[in-house]
Every structure is written in structure tokens, then in C-alpha cells.
Design a binder for this molecule. Structure first.
Ligand code: FES
Length: 124
């Protein structure tokens, strides 16, 4: 058993150290809001925040020293203020299509807005 912190809560999980973060969140902790898409860090459906940085959870190991994870908001955990604003904008602009990858997209947008509060279509 190893301590594993998600959304500020410590969990004891019993998995191999090289288990991808995605599977610890989904299979071990039951946080199915984090989705599996491509499995090769390309689609973004599995994006979560690791130590405050948007990370493709399918392609990183669950255990590294000092890691803190934040999954997409789930029903039993309060969402962060930024994620709440993203969620509201998502609805206001009718962003969801099939909805499968939107939790990962919201996590990516929250990270973008944290680092660049007024993004543009330009590269810089
Ligand atoms: S499942 Fe596609 S990037 Fe992780």
C-alpha cells in the first residue's frame, strides 16, 4: 500500500509502481470522470492536473515522489473555482458534443487559463 493524494485526500492504493495514473484513478479509486481514449498521450481525454500541471494520465506512472493529483470534478468532491468557471462556460457556449472527452478538455483549459488568462488564437 502506498499513499496517493487526489483532490487533497490521501488514499492507500495497492498497485504496481509503474501503473499508469489513469488506471489508478479509474480502476482503483473509481474516479471514472477521467476517460481513456487513445492511451498514447495524443487525444487528451485522460487529462488531469499533477502538481498543478495538465498531464495526460494514460502516459505517466502513478507514483513519483511528491506527486499530488487532481482529477476532474466528481459528484463527491467539490470542484475548484477555476473548473467551475470552465464548466459554466462549457455549457454557455454549448461546447459538449458527445461529451466523452470533455473532462480532459476542461482540465486542459483550466491549466491554460491559469498560465494565460487572456488567450488568443495567435501562437504567442
Ligand atoms: S487517453 Fe488519449 S491522451 Fe490519454
Amino acid at each position: 500500500m502506498q499513499p496517493f493524494i487526489v483532490n487533497g485526500q490521501s488514499h492507500n492504493v495497492d498497485v504496481e509502481p509503474d501503473t499508469p495514473l489513469l488506471w489508478v484513478l479509474r480502476d482503483t479509486l473509481g474516479m471514472t470522470g477521467t476517460k481513456y481514449g487513445c492511451g498514447i498521450a495524443q487525444c487528451g481525454a485522460c487529462t488531469v492536473h499533477v502538481n498543478g500541471v495538465a498531464t495526460r494520465s494514460c502516459s505517466v506512472q502513478a507514483f513519483r515522489r511528491g506527486r499530488q493529483n487532481r482529477s476532474p470534478p466528481s459528484r463527491d468532491l467539490p470542484p475548484t473555482a477555476c473548473c467551475t468557471r470552465c464548466n459554466m462556460s462549457w455549457l454557455e457556449h454549448d461546447v459538449p458534443q458527445c461529451g466523452y472527452c470533455q473532462s480532459g478538455m476542461i482540465m486542459a483549459v483550466a491549466d491554460l487559463l491559469k498560465n494565460k488568462p487572456k488567450p488568443t488564437d495567435g501562437r504567442h
